[in-house]
Design a protein around this ligand. Sequence first.
Ligand SMILES: Nc1nc2c(ncn2[C@@H]2O[C@H](COP(=O)(O)OP(=O)(O)OP(=O)(O)O)[C@@H](O)[C@H]2O)c(=O)[nH]1
Ligand SMILES: [Mg+2]
Length: 458
Amino acid sequence: MALFLSKRLIRFAVLVGGFILLLITLSNHDATKEYMPQTMDWTNFNPALSSIGTTISNTVMDAAGLKDQEERTKAEEIAANKMEGNGADDDGSDDIANMDESAAALQNAASAAGVADMSQNIMDFIKPSFANHGNRPKACFVTLVRNSELHDMINSIRKVQQRFNAKYKYDWVFLNDDEFTDEFKKAIREEIPTSTVRFGLIPKEMWSYPDYIDQSKAADTRVKMADIIYGASESYRHMCRFQSGFFWRHPLLDEYDWYWRVEPSINLYCDINFDVFQWMQDNEKVYGFTISIHEYLSTIPTLWKTSMDFFKEHPEYVDKDNLMEFISDDNGENYNLCHFWSNFEIANLNLWRSPAYQAYFDTLDHAGGFFYERWGDAPVHSIAVSVMLPKDKIHYFSNIGYHHPPYDNCPIDDRVWADGNCDCTQKNDFTFKGYSCGKEYYKAQKLEKPANWEEFSH
Ligand SMILES: Nc1nc2c(ncn2[C@@H]2O[C@H](COP(=O)(O)OP(=O)(O)OP(=O)(O)O)[C@@H](O)[C@H]2O)c(=O)[nH]1
Ligand SMILES: [Mg+2]
């Protein structure tokens, strides 16, 4: 009897063991994985806006409260010095192996979710533009502007034409939430005689409240944020939402693959003796910038958490070679407030047209932060680009002399400065100043900083 019982026990144990083995094998099989709930380890990717806030951002927030440009710049300098004191600076001697930790954390999470090739989505969408290799890119300048900004706009156009576009003759698209006046259109056309110039009215649905936004809550927010720069402005919020989620959907942009964003009151300090669009296309770049900077935390309290929650849900949109290290110092837990200054962008439109970015924007839009806070298009674009793109698709144009008040990108390489016939002061170059994010960028890209960078760091 005892022998009979133990035999049954052994048979039972073998059966159960076999079943468990079968389960393990199945759960590791790619095809099965899709249908099985996966536990993801997000311990390294647990967004919380906390630690960065206290030391750096209090000063940054103070700066945000100052509407006067001079005072703001001063406060930002103080913030910059604090950051340097906090060790935000470094001499680049960090262990290179540690640099990829953040990218690896994201990669692991995506692998755990059974996503084989994470870059597939967004880059597959962009790659068709690269097939045009060697041919003239389908590209244009794009400018969102008001009739009242005509004078400052003409100043920008003159510089762009003089330093670049008189030679390369790319189209220029102007957009406005209001009808452009005949006077505006005539004056602009006169400045760009060698290019096709188009003027477009922005459809109402791209510049109004979606029905899921509580407008009285939005109005309350504007009162509460009155002390923060543009905090009380309704139009600024529509502008940021438009630049984040809609400019690339305007029908006038349909025929283009590439754009260069230009604002009123900017300057180009140097001749650009190469076709930047051709360069982007033929080198298969996606997003180019000149200035990077820290954002005011008080304008985006929940942007980081909302973004990271989205990427947790959609690890398939997280590129395995992402530039997370540019925007987070702790593997994605906190936002370090770094972003590319979006008043200058040379980029591929298919980036924003991709289902991945559209899903991201849609999530942000439903979360309401464009109206209940004051989310800027710069951090929105930058978070998307840094998480979704392979980092070698992002490019810093150190050779383009650029100014948007109050900061300069001025080539600190003497040869570049002389060859470009630049008229900026190299000492004013913002790249390695404390409030900039140039150092973070060089580190995240594993680029060696120019030998003379420290001369230009204060
Ligand atoms: N048509 C239109 N354009 C706008 C409106 N608000 C801003 N813009 C444009 O959107 C771009 C960004 O606005 P800016 O006011 O320059 O915002 P910013 O660069 O964050 O801040 P500044 O320091 O003032 O330059 C510029 O090209 C403006 O001309 C608006 O209400 N209507
Ligand atoms: Mg501006």
